[in-house]
Design a protein around this ligand. Sequence first.
Ligand code: UDP
Length: 263
Amino acid sequence: MNKGNKLYEGKAKIIYETNDKNLVIQHFKDDATAFNNLKKAKVEGKGVLNNRISEFILTNLSQSGIKTHFIKRLNMREQLIKKAEIFPIEFIVRNISTGSLTKRLGIPEGTVLETPLLEYCYKKDELNDPLISREHIYSFGWATENEIKTIDIMTLRINDILTGMFRAVGIKLVDFKIEYGKTWNKDREKNEIVLADEISPDTCRLWDAKTEKKLDKDRFRKDLGNIIQAYQEVARRLGIMPEETNISEVNFGKTIPIKFKKK
Ligand code: UDP
């Protein structure tokens, strides 16, 4: 598979074209951003860990029948994925209240929700990814009712599978964000809805089941330190990284601030 031109560069990933028009290469960077890019840093080793963790999770999901864009990991930082037309929507699932939910509605931090809560946000950095309703999605033609029905079912199934996967290794899945896209078939028709996103400690909130220690990007957002060690801990518990490996010991866990402006 030949790596071609850069198609798109986002906050944490770069997409390159390949010699197959239906496939692209996804490169995981070490850049960490929060608060819509106001806080930025390089966290050495993060891209490598997210590549591995996301590979593990998407492979498991696809073994459970969830269609995803993932094809295979190519190297430490890259994976081959199906090219997809991404819906301009972030799908957020919450099991425990924290983050913007506690701020917006005053639900106390740590409240276990009666049922998983599904939220939709419009993917638009300039507007801070605002919360939207299903009706906005239909009125603006961002997805059809049938597509959202399919996606909602997939999202709740993914939540069930991930909740079980993390619970088995002593981690609570508090909330997460995923995105979906449509892929093309050989007649160049857009036909299949696939999960088209990474799933990693950058996009999930993961708390240690006993101590509630944060093992995710909140360590960066809230300046809690030991970011890479927390991501490594997730990888170790999932059995991806051998017990004896410690990325920080090989000088691979430094956080280098780039810019920090208070909102
Ligand atoms: N999330 C994400 N990308 C975003 C916004 C949210 O991956 O652009 C994830 C976030 O890591 C958390 C969940 O979605 O696991 C819910 O985030 P929340 O709305 O509470 O975000 P906050 O505003 O607190 O960062």
